[in-house]
Design a protein around this ligand. Sequence first.
Ligand code: G4P
Length: 528
Amino acid sequence: MAMKPIDEIHKRRTFAIISHPDAGKTTITEKLLLYGNQIQLAGTVKGKKSGRHATSDWMEMEKERGISVTTSVMQFPYQDAMVNLLDTPGHADFSEDTYRTLTAVDSALMVIDAAKGVEERTVKLMEVCRLRDTPILTFINKLDRDVRDPIEVLDEIEDVLNIECAPVTWPIGMGKSFKGVYNLLRDATVLYKTGQGHTIQDVREIEGLNNPELDQAVGADYAQELRDMLELVRGASHDFDLQRFLDGRLTPVFFGTALGNFGVDHMLDGLVKWAPAPQPREAVERKVEAEEPKMTGFVFKIQANMDPRHRDRIAFMRICSGKYQKGIKLKQCRTGKEVRISDALTFLAGERDNVEEAFAGDIIGLHNHGTIQIGDTFTEGEDLRFTGIPHFAPELFRRVVLNDPLKSKQLHKGLTQLAEEGATQVFFPLRNNDVVLGAVGTLQFDVVAARLKAEYGVECRYEPVNVTTARWMEADSERELASFERKAYDNLARDGAGHLTYLAPTRVNLQLTEERHPEIRFLETREI
Ligand code: G4P
């Protein structure tokens, strides 16, 4: 019998992984898919050195560089839950994309390399999670290596990230003598076997901390050390508290090795048990509850040409309330247009599938023919605008010069479409025919040039341009804006979506212009 929509919604767990590059995000993703029965043998998602590559790694360039440029969505059932994992690009240059993806989740998993502790990117991503008090689970990875003292790592997480740690499991040994973990909540030890990383292991569990079987299994020294250690840990750390976790104040901590596929399932058990089902979401007009019968959603990412054979663009929409059903009529609130949607996609482990229905918490992919923008809200008719999806002003700028001047139309189209994905911005100065590309990181420029060539048949190069920063303009009246447009004409441009922007040659120039024109608001982010 089909479940009621509300029950389906309550089953959803939509989360993303935050971590510093190399902490093990890809490896964990792979193991999660193994538990979700989406792949038979772990190791098929990615192996940088082995030549295998992730089904989500669709671009030659990212294979070459070994970074994951794309964000993909993976849905899998686990126990009674339906888990949605939103992959986030790990490279710093793609942080904008990651930030927006984090606006579409209800919880996050923080992965820490136990040898390295809290690293810089994790700090930044935690700041983003803080903006919405997103509940965080923590997985401390690579216990099969010689790593730092676990207590020291927990202290560092508490100090640097300002979040309380509640260990749910505790490791026994490390490196070559990693024996397993003790589960503090279940009072049971789970033993580790090496060389089983590609499969779901048959694990042996020993109930009770004082069970002599434990001494036999891990050795009397390790068993005693564990007992002593736990006394210390229990005194010095926090007990798990569901409400504090949901408030984003406390994180349950799990230890293990993603490579050895050990401990990841403990974390997954915690996720489906404790992480929140789809949360209410703020729109300008009102707060929208996930259980509302009518469907609403917003677009947090647009990705072009995911499959080179299809050459299409997909807008990723997070469903905020209600249910998507094939053939549903939705209103795109920004344009007021109504569209019938009968070919939304889900991404089951990278496979594209037409879905018949999807529920609040799920992500669906809409085919986009250039009419959908990041931040667009869709409803069944109500005028709503979900808030909190940022566009950041780029910090690096280049003039784009065509090798073949006759291809200017393709160039404009390519840059505008790529800008819709949100990682770059394109600007068309009012005073000349230049094309200026803005990005948050330098790697973006290479990605754009490679994709222009591969996907649009346009070859280009970059030249320096005298722009330091960009600001979007807003004013109380159209008249003020028009008057400013006349005065500052030489420094103004339109971005890919047609918004007026000020391209400042220097920070001082921006400051002076801001002082001279108090009637104009110069915005560093354009919230959509
Ligand atoms: P990322 O997506 O966060 O960047 O990390 P990824 O999973 O790619 O892992 C980075 C490296 O760390 C990989 O090694 C991976 O095999 C290794 N790794 C991940 N988890 C564990 C673990 O639990 N224990 C150990 N010992 N290593 C782990 P690599 O040599 O860079 O690449 P590969 O050839 O193994 O893919």
